[in-house]
Ligand binder design. Structure first.
Ligand code: PGA
Length: 249
């Protein structure tokens, strides 16, 4: 049975005090929450402090890392350092990193491989920009993103990954994919995994939707048979909104 997951991507927001407050407000309300895995991706400088909070039912991930063991890479954070400070997951392939930091498919593949080597969980993001959707090329585009950075894995390793479909035109725009668009893509992603691997593998992988997912639309989106939760940006910065999304299943 694949897991239901709600993950908050805090991006480059919040002071340390605000981050702690938000974390506490969410964790207080979900201490008995067993049916949904809750994860947050705070700015990396806040992670060790948040990870020290015991009894928390929130898993903590990092938004970025550099795919080398260690060495002279000024300003970067290695995957072993990520683990060392208590993060259990990494985001890989977010469209903002692809677009603003020129992270290529090959670079993302390196990140995937090293995260698996260090046994850190992966949330791998994929999704098409607006012009690709307008040209009806979104299926080919997203399939290629998965083939180039993820489909070299064995089925055992792929099963350790969570996939997040985030249409770029929906991120931070208030323009959510329609229920039909989300389900169509999620179903296709699952069918590509089944083709390349097998049905069991395809059915065991959680596929999250991201892109202006909020308390008002999460319920409908999460009701789609192939949507296993959400990767939430803006709405994850507000405890009440994030909690409402968690309770939308
Ligand atoms: P959004 O961001 O919910 O603010 O659209 C989602 C994301 O970028 O992961």
């Amino acid at each position: 049975m694949r897991k239901k997951i709600v993950a908050g991507n805090w991006k480059m927001n919040l002071t340390s005090e605000e981050a702690i407050l938000l974390f506490d407000q969410v964790s207080e309300k979900i201490s008995n929450q067993k049916s949904v895995d809750v994860m947050v991706f705070p700015p990396s400088i806040f992670i060790s402090e948040l990870a020290k909070k015991s009894n928390s039912s929130i898993q903590i991930g990092i938004q970025n890392f550099y795919p080398k063991d260690k060495g002279a890479y000024t300003g970067e954070i290695s995957i072993s350092q990520v683990k060392n400070i208590g993060a259990t997951h990494v985001l890989i392939g977010h469209s903002e990193r692809r677009a603003y930091f020129n992270e290529t498919e090959l670079f993302l593949k390196e990140k995937v491989d090293i995260a698996l080597e260090y046994q850190v969980g992966i949330v791998f993001c994929c999704g098409e920009p607006l012009e690709i959707r307008e040209a009806n090329q979104e299926m080919t585009y997203v399939k290629k993103q998965l083939e180039d950075s993820l489909f070299h894995l064995s089925s055992d390793d792929l099963e350790k990954c969570i996939i997040a479909y985030e249409p770029v035109w929906a991120i931070g725009t208030g323009m959510t994919a329609s229920i039909a668009q989300a389900e169509e893509m999620h179903k296709s992603i699952r069918s590509w995994i089944a083709e390349k691997y097998d049905k069991n593998t395809a059915n065991s992988i959680s596929i999250l939707y991201g892109g202006s997912c909020n308390a008002a639309n999460a319920n409908e989106l999460f009701a789609c048979p192939n949507v296993d939760g959400g990767l939430i940006g803006g709405a994850a910065l507000d405890a009440e909104a994030f909690l409402n999304i968690i309770h939308s299943f």
